[in-house]
Design a protein around this ligand. Sequence first.
Ligand code: TTP
Ligand code: MG
Length: 392
Amino acid sequence: MTAPRTILHADLDAFYAAVEQRDDPALRGKPVIVGGLGPRGVVATASYEARAFGVRSAMSMARARKLAPGAVYLRPRMRDYVAVSRQVFAIFDGFTPLVEGLSLDEAFLDVGGSRRLFGDGETIARSIRQAVRETTGLGISVGVASNKFVAKVASDLRKPDGLVVVPPGEEARFLAPLAISRLWGAGPRLVERLRGLGLDRIRDLQALAPEDLRRILGDRAGGHFGALARGLDDREVSNQRETHSISRETTFARDVCDQARLERVLAELARDVGRRLRHACLRARCIRLKLRLPDFHTFSRQHHPARAIDRDADLIAEGRALLHRLHDEGMPVRLIGLGGADLVEAEAQEQLELFGAEAEARAEGLQDALDRIRARFGAEAIRPLDDDAPSS
Ligand code: TTP
Ligand code: MG
């Protein structure tokens, strides 16, 4: 047996709002809500004081104003948040080369190789929390575990300013009392369905034989949730910044001829590619579409948009245009794939300021919100693409 890994998940507390409170002492201890202030604005985040009123990320500003009329409302200052994010990632980088950034304020770190230099997982977590506090003045919650999933649940459990360590071997016991919605990929529909069967806590899934869970959820989802419920997850921490292309493809159970359906699947793929690009703070200068026919002949076409892109809508539009160049209605397709290549660092904020348009800022904010919703509820993380169910 190989030695257990040591994985940290670190996530700043109420990130944008915390920066605002740090920079304006008058805001400390007060409900602060950061987001789009226009008529269709969305909450990016709320300080923990504002969360007490029920305000949450991705909620409409209109609703937030009803819940917390006395709160301080601010628009995001992305340039400052990006600067803080760089400081925090520089701290992470000081402890291990294996840092996988998930967004500006959140990363997985594999610190297994750092023990001789910096101590065990808990020691490193404490050092990181202290360094972040000293360097940026912000609180960061950290989970320490033998894998990514358990580390992520752990970092979230005692927020804000939490440190939760799950020793190797304790994963299942740690997860047992928690809600099934904590399982990566468990969306509201799945949670409802399981609740209908009297399954509410992770321990209820642990108590089922793996075959029974597969019978209930199907092979793929059953296997996935059965493993997660037991605290098993072998995904590796990968430094995504080294990626040269990001792509997704899917093979259909039965060949698909219908172009409308291909477009729908392509949109799902584009959204996934977009989410991964944005998480890695990258944009694609080249978009590639791949089609494989039933006889395994494989074709691809690529296009260089006028500027590097990372937004779902842009990726979908590029993918569609390529599909129309490559596919005639009625032509059977076995596999479809979409990828972004020729990747460049996003520097989204500089761009934002250059373009200066508020619409742009709002589009970015909304996109971020969508990513977060998916990251949390991740329905499509488990929805089989070849079933092609429309997302709503
Ligand atoms: P999160 O880490 O999800 O949230 P948070 O740091 O504000 O609060 P906590 O981690 O303590 O729960 O997201 C980090 C930042 O990303 C957040 O400060 C603002 C931005 N964001 C959005 O713009 N839209 C969203 O829907 C979410 C969830 C976050
Ligand atoms: Mg956070």
